[in-house]
Design a protein around this ligand. Sequence first.
Ligand code: FMN
Length: 185
Amino acid sequence: MKIVVLTGSPRRNGNSNQLADAFCAGAMDAGHKVFRYDAATLKINPCKACEWCREHGGRCISNDAMSDIYGHLLAADLLVLATPIYYFGMSAQLKAAVDRLHALSARIKGKQAILLATCGDTEDTVADALLAHFSAICTYCEWEQVGLMIARGVYEPDDIAGTDFISKARAMGRNLGKAETTKEK
Ligand SMILES: Cc1cc2nc3c(=O)[nH]c(=O)nc-3n(C[C@H](O)[C@H](O)[C@H](O)COP(=O)(O)O)c2cc1C
């Protein structure tokens, strides 16, 4: 399986990046090809809403890190979004990359998708807005949700180290395509 992982935290070794690391390690152990991009460290312009892509075969007018990501995304079977929860949603850095999917439009239908998220609060409802958003994106893009993890109660950059979240993210990557998928809300 070809996998594209997009992460959204500016904290290089923070919680969501550690989840992404574990997921990628598990997936690579299982023989999958993983292409990972850290949106917070790449130059990714926000969508200009110019619709240039509509008249140019789905190419985007912005020439930045998304050019490389687009190629891998088109060929990918699975897209993984890994993000800290910021004000109940995904980070702005990741959202900029998600908005840029506008150029690909119908050409990225039919893929699988996974959301990995971290947040400081522990309330059951803390991820409701993000989960609704992710579900809406999946419905719109016709992606099948095959994994979900919300790691609550991790605030400081290293709070997630050594927790079950890490081992479960690794298992999620390793078990891709098998009947057992992880869906933890
Ligand atoms: C701008 C900002 C907004 C945040 N908003 C929320 C929030 O709405 N709910 C929450 O539980 N935690 C919130 N947090 C805490 C982060 O989600 C938490 O620290 C998370 O583990 C960060 O992940 P990272 O280490 O991958 O960056 C916020 C943190 C920042 C910096």
